[in-house]
Write a protein that binds this ligand. Structure first.
Ligand code: GGG
Length: 356
């Protein structure tokens, strides 16, 4: 029996609602398999904490979190009270950067019983993983304002791509492609972004030489967005910069039926720091407090956490239970055309886990 210390950071908005649901499922799987026990410590960091303390998390927050085996993160953002660029920077991006979680794994899969907005698509037609660079690129935070508040006010936001940063995420993507269909797409915008993106393309070509079995393609991000909609069945693994990966995975969530079911993992593969498991959806203030947030993304993300911790079988159980619930179709949330509440969806998933 393995014991894990998990830091919960529910954050804001629907993060506060879906995190306890994810915990309920993790506990159910722990009980059913008897393989591990989770011990949780919850941290009340986020926008409310900011309003009370002036900080999104304590100054020594990463020292506090470092001993944990993993972080299970809900969502961040309450734009009516705290500007998004502050809340994101000082909590989510800070954790990703300081814990060097340079791989962001984002599977996009059409589940049985879920209707894609793309006509005629069935499960199997959409089953891809977007690997997003997670610590540099467009999110580097390099830049500033000149002449603030004056008519000539100007802003600079500089994307930083390093060879080391690009090569490591590209190499991980090739490793993933080797485990899947041995196909990998390099997504950039190197016709327009002549410095960072051409460096990225060159890094990709260099790393590709180490993986002669993997069929590679280069795509511009605009064409890739169109391809995800028009020919998603031709995509298996793609690797992209921080911003492009973020944008493409909203498309991925949408074509898979809902952002409410899209999981994500921010990984430090060397395990020098805890990795962070966080659904793709944000805090969704428009639906918070209504009890209708779909917990599937959070629950599936919990499965990715178990997989990373070495419990592939338990992770598989979660995915099978989610799939059984969507296929049955009687406990779907409003985002998937049903009327089940957040807790009812979780109850249905737990019932499947117990019945397996
Ligand atoms: N559109 C979904 C959403 O709001 N996701 C949260 C988000 O944007 N997080 C920032 C990020 O992952 O870069």
């Amino acid at each position: 029996m393995k014991d894990y210390q998990i830091a919960l950071i529910p954050g804001d908005g629907i993060g506060l609602e879906v995190t306890p649901e994810g915990v309920r499922v993790l506990d159910a799987v722990a009980e059913v398999t008897g393989d591990f026990r989770m011990h949780y410590t919850s941290f009340p960091w986020g926008c409310q904490y900011y309003l009370e303390t002036g900080r999104m998390m304590p100054e020594d927050g990463t020292d506090i979190l470092k001993p944990y085996d993993a972080l299970y993160f809900g969502a961040v953002g309450l734009p009516a009270k705290v500007p998004d660029h502050i809340s994101l920077r000082d909590l989510l991006i800070r954790l990703r950067m300081e814990f060097d979680q340079y791989i962001c794994l984002r599977p996009c899969r059409l589940l049985p019983g879920v209707k894609s907005p793309l006509a005629g698509r069935k499960p199997g037609d959409i089953d891809m993983v977007i690997v997003r660079e997670n610590t540099e690129g467009e999110y580097s935070g390099c830049g500033g304002l000149s002449h603030p508040g004056m008519p000539m006010e100007a802003a600079l936001e500089t994307s930083v791509v390093t060879r080391a940063g690009a090569e490591r995420v590209i190499r991980s993507s090739f490793d993933l492609a080797m485990k899947r269909k041995k196909r990998l797409i390099c997504v950039t915008k190197s016709n327009a972004q002549r410095h960072t993106m051409t460096l990225w393309d060159r890094c990709f070509a260099d790393v590709a030489r180490e993986y002669p079995e993997v069929a590679t393609e280069y795509m511009l991000v605009d064409a890739m967005a169109a391809r995800m909609i028009l020919r998603p069945e031709t995509i298996d693994v793609a690797v992209a910069s921080n911003l492009f990966g973020d944008i493409l995975t909203d498309v991925g969530g949408a074509i898979s039926g809902s952002l409410g079911i899209a999981p994500s993992a921010n990984i430090n593969p060397e395990r020098r720091f805890p990795s962070m498991f966080e659904p793709v959806h944000g805090s969704a203030p428009d639906i918070m407090g209504k009890g209708i947030a779909d917990p599937i993304a959070m629950i599936w993300t919990g499965g990715m956490m178990l997989d990373f911790l070495g419990h592939g079988e338990a992770a598989g159980l979660i995915e099978k239970a989610i799939t059984a619930v969507t296929e049955e179709g009687t406990s779907l949330g409003p985002d998937l055309g049903g009327s089940a509440s957040t807790t009812q969806i979780t109850d249905a998933i737990i019932a499947k886990i117990r019945a397996m």
